[in-house]
Design a protein around this ligand. Structure first.
Ligand code: PMP
Length: 404
């Protein structure tokens, strides 16, 4: 069982005040907070072994290289990838998706079809639109229903031998819906299409097994799972990573360079041009250690309790409408107060020390579907508490009174 009050002590930021009120941090879907163990790993790197990796014979460079490659192994183990070289360090989910989208430019032909879902983050829409512009491929969209679930019958109808790629997020950042990715992957493979799963919102809550999923690409950002910003990962099946051309050229990604011809390094370095976020990669590994220590089963059970409790409390507020009521969802609640702009609610909550996100959450098509400009989004992590949810509920009631 998870003891949230003990866990909270691991996060220095959670004891700060905002507007003379204790911080209530409910913007976890945007970025998670950082435990002391991860902060320590960052301080340790810059205090003790800051050096460039892979090329140095000196001690510091070797220590940094060992720790960086150890972090890659931790990521491999966490996602259960078959090979360490199937894990590519990137600057985050957006970078990972663009790397794959760019790689497919030479593999697609005019008239090929790409399927995305109505629940995507902009970073899983725009790179594919750009890919379609480059190749003449056509973008198709799996529709959603009012509960915020994807329409799987419609997905079945969209699939054909023209489908070359399918891109879906594992969990929606705007609504919290957990998508049926096992089914999506299986059906895509039946028509010979490759699948990329955007795990940015899933990885703080679940531990994906890329081999059991048989997924072709899986991407995530460290900053959503207790790690630092500016670092993330791309898992790709070896056969796909070998097929894709490099994304960027530069140092680190070459085998040999002459002015006549350059040959590329083996995986994973082929996709890792330039000096990477060394400290970030190592801290990503420390974040995985921290979360695995708590245990993802414990995290899921506790966060579900928070979600149920908060949903019940919020549903009792007259005029409050929750968007996204899927049966399978994580600890994200998107809502609006009748007749009140989400930004105004967020501003009053901030005055009370409560951090929520307001707006379209980089998922404008979802807001268009509901014909709203945006929502207020409260997203909970394993270090939040029911007492904090009570503070949120009181804050929303106050905002409603002031703005009605
Ligand atoms: N996909 C989803 C589902 C997300 O929630 C986010 C972050 N909000 C991203 C992609 C982009 O992640 P990053 O900004 O870390 O690249």
């Amino acid at each position: 069982m998870l003891d949230a009050s003990k866990i909270r002590a691991d996060f220095p930021i959670l004891s700060r005040q905002v507007n003379n009120k204790p911080l209530v941090y409910f913007d976890n879907a945007a970025t998670s907070q950082t435990p002391q163990a991860v902060i320590d790993s960052i301080v340790d790197y810059y205090s003790n072994y800051n050096a460039n990796i892979h090329r140095g014979v000196h001690r510091l460079s070797q220590e940094a290289t060992d720790k960086y490659e150890m972090a890659r192994q931790k990521i491999q183990a966490h996602f259960n990838a078959k090979h360490t070289h199937e894990i590519i360090f990137t600057s985050g989910t957006t970078h990972s998706i663009n790397l794959v989208a760019n790689g497919f430019t030479s593999l697609l032909e005019k008239g090929d079809e790409i399927i995305v879902s109505a629940l995507e983050h902009h970073s899983n829409i725009v790179p594919w639109q750009m890919l379609c512009e480059r190749t003449g491929a056509i973008l198709k969209v799996i529709p959603m229903n009012i509960e915020g679930d994807l329409e799987m019958d419609a997905y079945d109808m969209l699939l054909s031998n023209k489908t070359k790629l399918v891109f879906v997020n594992h969990i929606s950042n705007a609504l919290g819906t957990i998508n049926p990715i096992e089914y999506i992957i299986e059906k895509a493979h039946e028509v010979g299409a490759a699948v990329l799963i955007d795990g940015a919102q899933a990885c703080p809550h679940v531990k994906p097994d890329v081999q059991a999923l048989d997924v072709d690409f899986y991407v995530a950002s460290a900053h959503k799972m207790c790690g630092p910003t500016g670092v993330g990962m791309l898992y790709g099946k070896e056969e796909w990573l070998k097929k894709l051309p490099p994304y960027q050229g530069g140092g680190e990604m070459i085998a040999e360079v002459t002015f006549e011809k350059t040959t590329y390094a083996d995986l994973p370095h082929k996709f890792e041009a330039g000096t990477p976020n060394i400290c970030g990669g190592i801290a990503f590994g420390a974040a995985l250690d921290y979360m695995n220590n708590i245990g993802f089963d414990n995290i899921a059970t506790y966060e579900n309790e928070l979600l149920t409790y908060a949903t019940e409390q919020l549903e009792n507020i007259e005029g409050l409408k929750i968007y996204g009521t899927a049966k399978h969802k994580t600890s994200v609640i998107s809502f609006n107060l009748e007749g009140i702009h989400p930004y105004d609610v967020g501003t009053i909550l901030d005055k009370l020390g409560i951090a929520v996100r307001t707006g379209h959450h980089c998922a404008q098509p979802i807001m268009d579907f509901y014909c709203i400009p945006g929502t207020v989004r409260a997203s909970f992590a394993f270090y939040n508490s029911k007492a904090e949810i009570d503070v949120l509920v009181a804050g929303i009631k106050k905002a409603k009174m002031m703005l009605s």
